[in-house]
Design a protein. Structure first.
Length: 245
């Protein structure tokens, strides 16, 4: 075996099989150059693995009341009368309004109509999102979609890759169930996991009182005169002046 001297030390040289065919050498050279170019610019070689190009940040959602509209289907998350969690055409109904409250490092999500919380029975792929009387904490991540210049949200089980997903790849059919899923999807398939959080302006607890219409003759001036009359009735009479002859 031929030896190669490097720094005074001899190493065995690895023999390569000669290329067969007139185009083999050019093909090997082309592949080597492609890999070298990818590595030189810090890029990985092309693959069929799904990648997500949307940027996501763990930005806390503000406490408030929201409706959640799926990006793929345009349907809103709703709690049905049987307490199942489904997608329905958006309407101004309390069944599609959700109160988001901080809970530990995450947030609880409570339906405004029925007062029940979003939860799951088990942490497994395709497990249905259900309603519960007990709050659980969800991790809500903001996702920036560059081509739409818009922000959406992912609702995840904390510490895992399980995430809310509208069934049938984001079907717009009414009563489509919502479940949790995991694993990466291609960008055009990821939309069924994105939810637009539309904040709903609720009436404040402290409502201004209705203006009181003063009765006839009960204005400020009348009140002052009435107070003066009452004061005269209870105030001691001034001493009488005595004239000395």
């Amino acid at each position: 075996m031929p030896m190669v001297a490097v720094g005074g030390t001899s190493f065995p040289q690895k023999l390569q099989k000669p290329a067969v065919g007139p185009n083999s050498l050019a093909t090997v050279f082309s592949l080597d150059m492609s890999v070298s170019i990818f590595r030189a610019f810090g890029q990985s070689t092309p693959s069929s693995t799904p990648t997500r190009t949307d940027s996501r940040k763990r930005i806390p959602i503000h406490r408030g009341t929201y409706s959640f509209v799926n990006r793929q289907s345009g349907t809103a998350m709703e709690m049905a009368s049987d307490y199942s969690i489904i997608g329905m055409p958006p309407k101004d109904m309390d069944t599609q309004k959700w109160e988001v409250h901080p809970l530990g490092a995450g947030h609880s999500i409570r339906n405004l109509k029925y007062g029940k919380y979003l939860s799951v029975k088990t942490i497994a792929k395709d497990a249905l999102v259900i309603s519960s009387d007990f709050p659980v904490a969800w991790e809500i991540k903001e996702v920036r979609v560059a081509e739409e210049n818009a922000a959406f949200h992912e609702i995840c089980w904390p510490g895992t890759d399980f995430i809310f997903e509208l069934g049938d790849s984001g079907s717009s059919a009414p009563k489509t169930k919502i479940h949790i899923s995991e694993g990466q999807l291609f960008a055009d398939q990821q939309r069924c996991r994105y939810w637009k959080a539309n904040r709903i302006r609720q009436n404040s607890f402290y409502q201004p009182s209705a203006p009181v219409t003063p009765k006839q003759g009960s204005g400020m001036g009348s009140s002052l005169f009435s107070f003066a009359d009452k004061w005269r009735s209870v105030a001691p009479a001034p001493p009488k002046k005595v004239q000395i002859a």
